[in-house]
Write a new protein. Structure first.
Length: 145
């Protein structure tokens, strides 16, 4: 088993080196990816569409999709999604984006938690993802510190 902490070069890391966007655990012929909580920010770290859960969900999953792709995975490889929301009334807008990205039945395992606020003003969602890489082919890992 081998652990790699990574910020893929193909996905902007708007918070620099404050944390790794993904922890990758290589086991046998595949890997487990544990993505850090992602918020809807642009490449400069500014919140996208402050207060808009649908637009933020779309941006978050664009970031997640890029991180997955950098490791040879896709949304089909997602095992679990953990969502932190500042208002559960925003669930329908968030769920609409998720249904487009995860149309299969059953969808990935899921946990949704309501919290009082997130660390960036205007951010209303944060999403963590756990996924599997079925083989080492297609991985473009580069450790960045």
């Amino acid at each position: 088993m081998r652990l790699t902490l990574d910020n893929p070069a193909s996905v902007a890391a708007p918070f620099g080196d404050r944390f790794a966007h993904v922890a990758r655990i290589d086991v046998g012929g595949g890997a487990l990816l544990m993505l850090a909580g992602q918020v809807a920010v642009d490449d400069d770290g500014e919140v996208v569409a402050p207060g808009d859960p649908g637009a933020q969900a779309q941006r978050i999953f664009e970031i997640v999709g890029g991180v997955l792709a950098a490791h040879g995975a896709s949304f089909d490889d997602v095992l679990h999604i953990r969502t932190f929301m500042t208002d559960l009334a925003d669930l329908p807008a968030y769920a609409a984006v998720r249904r487009r990205l995860f149309p299969g039945t059953p969808p990935p395992a899921s946990t949704t938690v309501e919290i009082s606020k997130l660390f960036l003003p205007g951010a209303v969602l944060e999403v963590e993802v756990t996924a599997v890489v079925r083989s080492r082919q297609g991985s473009t890992l580069a450790r960045r510190s």
